[in-house]
Design a protein around this ligand. Structure first.
Ligand code: SF4
Ligand code: SF4
Ligand code: FES
Length: 239
């Protein structure tokens, strides 16, 4: 058993609630998710939070840790604790279901609003599309494809805070990825979807989303790419 202790404050409640303090044994290589699980298993069995894979793939474990959104299963306590203290809260910019669990519905609805679904035109009797791995569009699609839908960028974006209808960085990163997919046929409709007031032109490009993304993606670059495509399509009279 460890003889060091971590002092942890955890949000309990919904829109209204309070930070509640717990003492948790401190271990080497302990992650923030380990801390939350210790509290639920040993101190507060009704603590609500979400996780699944514990290896940085599912995107479900994001929380606010000492004021910054992070994936908790891959965040070591040693990197974020200040004087052996942690404050853990639900992600910002999303409604709280209970304690550390947020409702991600609006986050994923915005992926759909930004036309974040692939739409092809080939049938199963057609040959495979041949996309050169070296092509510029394929390289751009690759740069954004590893999004795990964790919501860290969305929670870190102050434009989402100011105007809740803003599509946000993850949905537009997805739209940009699909705009670079040579097999997709819904480009013009997608550009219309991201061109409005709540779309790419509301991004101030300061890059909190890119700074915080745990997968080192750059939604900021993708949104800048969408701005260029929207401008080009408008000049060509396609929008
Ligand atoms: S760069 Fe744009 S999308 Fe990213 S956090 Fe800032 S306003 Fe939000
Ligand atoms: S872009 Fe990055 S921070 Fe945003 S949802 Fe995807 S993986 Fe998470
Ligand atoms: S639990 Fe799956 S990404 Fe953290």
């Amino acid at each position: 058993m460890s003889n060091k202790t971590l002092r942890v404050k955890v949000w309990r409640g919904r829109t209204s609630g309070d930070l509640v303090s717990y003492d948790v044994p401190r271990f080497d290589n302990q992650t923030v998710l380990d801390v939350v699980m210790y509290i639920q298993r040993n101190l507060q069995p009704d603590l609500a939070f979400r996780y699944a894979c514990r290896v940085g793939m599912c995107g479900s474990c994001a929380m606010s840790v000492n004021g910054k959104a992070r994936w908790t299963c891959r965040t070591h306590v040693s990197k974020v604790a200040v004087d052996e203290e942690l404050e853990i809260a639900p992600l910002s910019n999303l409604p709280v279901i209970k304690d550390l669990a947020t409702n991600m519905e609006q986050f994923f609805d915005k992926w759909a609003e930004a036309k974040g679904q692939f739409k092809g035109e080939r049938t199963r009797s057609d040959d495979f599309s041949k996309v050169s791995p070296q092509s510029e569009r394929r390289t751009s699609a690759d740069a954004g494809i590893e999004c795990i839908g964790c919501g860290v960028c969305y929670s870190s974006c102050d434009v989402v805070t100011w105007r809740p209808d803003y599509l946000g960085p993850a949905a537009m990163n997805r739209a940009w990825t699909l705009m670079n997919d040579e097999r997709d046929v819904e480009g013009v409709e997608r550009l219309r979807a991201v061109a409005g007031d709540a779309g790419c032109h509301s991004c101030h490009t300061q890059g909190s989303c890119t700074e915080r993304c745990p997968k080192q993606l750059s939604p900021t670059a993708g949104i800048a790419g969408l701005k260029r495509l929207v401008m080009k399509a408008a000049i060509e009279g396609k929008l």
